[in-house]
Design a protein around this ligand. Sequence first.
Ligand SMILES: [Zn+2]
Length: 285
Amino acid sequence: MQLGKFKLHIIRECSFRLDGGAMFGVVPKSLWDKVSPADERNRILLYCNLLLIETPAGRVLVETGMGPRWSEKEADRYELKSLVNYDNVLESVGLTNNDVDAVIISHLHFDHAGGATVLKDGKLVPTFPKAKYYAQKGELEFAFQANARARASYRPDDFLPLQEHGVLQLVDGDSEILPGVSVRLTGGHTSHHQVVTFESEGKKGVYFADIIPTKSHLTPPWVMGYDHYPLASCDIKSEYLAKAARENWLVVFDHEPGVPWGHVIQTAEGKFDWQPLTEESLVAV
Ligand SMILES: [Zn+2]
């Protein structure tokens, strides 16, 4: 779709499943099961939706998804189904891995950084050879010192090779990556989680990453059990959603299995309603 001078595409990198209880934290199953039904292993369906932003100054890929480096046992645990060819992640939009100038990773958990590197001739190399990769400095520091609860979500093979190849750019707080495309520190999910905002010719949008993973997480207190700081997630959601509704931002959800982009409306009672774009908006033009 077009947003001002920017051309936007969703790339559905994979589908997978995670425990529904973990995805909805303290929300009772009797409530979340109605909107995100669990399978026989109590898991709910999720996608990794990457966002490609084509700007006059370059192409930005937001997130890299789960990537290809998973054992059979792990793939079964998550019912992981890859939806792209890693030699050419952008095939569906008629581009190649060489066409990406910047990759933004919201945080370094494996379902966001997993596709950042690929194994080539027995060596781990950046998936997008010509891109600089952007992550928060504090997130990388935390990934190396995460305690027992947090550690399982980080795999050094997803980000160490980026450092070794000199392509990892560490950002400290809010920063503009290319004209009109910025990262903003939110905390919440992890202490240095960031969202991506984009703006062209007065039209605005936000990629919420794991602050609002699916449309079922739109209600501010419906935050994930995975969040390190759930109360902060709740507050930052309320703040961003009010702004997004007021200024008619395009809103993108990273793990939504349905149409993952659309708009939010704030009702008279202060609640937020979701208005997705059409299925056709997902087809590359
Ligand atoms: Zn995630």
